[in-house]
Design a protein. Structure first.
Length: 319
C-alpha cells in the first residue's frame, strides 16, 4: 500500500490497483467508475472496461491510454456496477469493490482461484448480513403499493451510479416512473450500453409539464438526506415519501440520512459473502483493504487463514 493506493511489483513491471494518480510506465488498473476509484492524470496505460471508460467520460474524467485487454491480465466481472471488474495477474487476485449476489441486470461476481487475495471488506463485520433480494423486492413493492393506495408519491433513493440503476430496473414496472435528472443521464448511458432500463422523464421536465401534481408516482433519485432542498421541495409540493437504500441501513434505523424508510441493499458483499469469497479463492495469503480491515483480517485469522490488513509501506520511494 502506497500513498497512491495499492501497487504490486514483479521483475518486469509495477501494477497500480485503483491508483489516485495514473503512473507513467506502469499498468494502472481501474476497477470501476465510482469517483473514488477513478485516477487523476494522463500517464501510463489504463486497463479498464469500455463501460468504465464511457461512464468516466460523462463524469468528466477522461481515461487516456485506455486498453481493455493485456496479455497475462485476466479481468473478472465483480458484480459491483456496470463495467466493474476484478483483476487476476501473477496469481494475485484483486477484488476491487465486489458483490457475489445477482441484482437485477447485475450478475454475481466471478471468483477465480489464486495464491494471493487482496479483498475489499466494506462490510467486514458480522453485523452486516443482508436480506435476500427477493425478500427486499417483496417488501418494497408492498410498501409502494400501500403508499400508492394513499395517493402518496414515492422517491427511491440510491447512489447515482449503481444503486439507482438497480432500483430503476427492479421497480421500473410502477407507473408512472420518473427519474431525477442526474439519474436519467446515467440511465440513458446504461441503455446505450445495452442495459434494459425503462425510459422515463427527468424530474425537471416532469415538473414543467405538471405531471408531478398527478399523484401517485415513483421517482428514482440519488441518495440524499431529508435536509436536501430537492427532498424538501418534493415533500412540501407533492407530499412525497422517501425510501433510502444502502448497505448501512438497519431495520428501523435511518443510518444518518433520515429518510422515511430505510432498506438494506448493497452493491458490496456482506460479511458472510466475504467469508465465502475468501474460501472460494483458495488463497494462501489474504490482504484486507477498504473497510473494516483490522476486524475482518482478525476474524479470518481466527478461522485459520493467513490474513492481514494491507498497510502503507516504504515502496513509495520506488513508485
Amino acid at each position: 500500500m502506497t500513498k497512491n493506493g495499492i501497487a504490486c511489483r514483479n521483475s518486469k513491471m509495477i501494477v497500480n490497483l485503483d491508483p489516485k494518480y495514473s503512473v507513467e510506465n506502469n499498468i494502472n488498473f481501474v476497477s470501476h467508475a465510482h469517483s473514488d476509484h477513478l485516477p487523476n492524470g494522463k500517464n501510463g496505460i489504463i486497463l479498464a472496461t469500455k463501460e468504465t471508460k464511457e461512464i468516466a467520460n460523462i463524469r468528466g474524467r477522461e481515461l487516456t491510454n485506455h486498453v481493455e485487454y493485456l496479455d497475462n491480465f485476466a479481468l473478472y466481472d465483480s458484480g459491483h456496477i456496470l463495467g466493474a471488474r476484478s483483476l487476476l495477474f501473477d496469481d494475485v487476485f484483486y477484488t476491487g469493490d465486489i458483490c457475489t449476489r445477482d441484482r437485477g441486470f447485475l450478475k454475481a461476481a466471478t471468483i477465480p482461484k489464486c495464491k494471493t487475495l487482496i479483498t475489499e471488506c466494506t462490510f467486514g463485520k458480522p453485523e452486516f448480513v443482508f436480506p435476500r433480494l427477493d425478500e427486499t423486492i417483496k417488501k418494497v413493492n408492498e410498501l409502494i403499493s400501500e403508499l400508492y393506495n394513499k395517493g402518496k408519491p414515492v422517491i427511491l433513493l440510491g447512489y447515482q451510479l449503481g444503486k439507482a440503476q438497480t432500483l430503476s430496473h427492479l421497480f421500473g414496472h410502477w407507473d408512472p416512473v420518473y427519474y431525477h435528472d442526474s439519474v436519467k443521464e446515467m440511465n440513458d448511458l446504461h441503455r446505450k450500453l445495452g442495459i434494459d432500463i425503462k425510459p422515463g422523464l427527468g424530474h425537471t421536465e416532469a415538473a414543467s409539464k405538471g405531471l408531478l401534481e398527478k399523484k401517485p408516482w415513483v421517482m428514482v433519485a440519488p441518495l440524499m438526506s431529508e435536509s436536501n432542498q430537492f427532498i424538501k421541495d418534493m415533500k412540501s409540493k407533492y407530499g412525497a415519501v422517501t425510501i433510502g437504500f444502502s448497505g448501512w441501513a438497519k431495520s428501523g434505523l435511518s443510518y444518518g440520512r433520515k429518510n422515511d424508510y430505510s432498506i438494506p441493499l448493497s452493491d458490496h458483499c456482506d460479511y458472510d459473502e466475504l467469508i465465502d469469497l475468501v474460501k472460494r479463492t483458495g488463497a494462501e495469503k489474504v490482504y484486507t483493504v477498504h473497510g473494516f480491515v483490522e476486524e475482518f483480517a482478525a476474524d479470518l485469522t481466527k478461522m485459520g487463514f493467513d490474513a492481514q490488513p494491507l498497510r502503507e509501506n516504504s515502496l513509495d520511494e520506488f513508485l
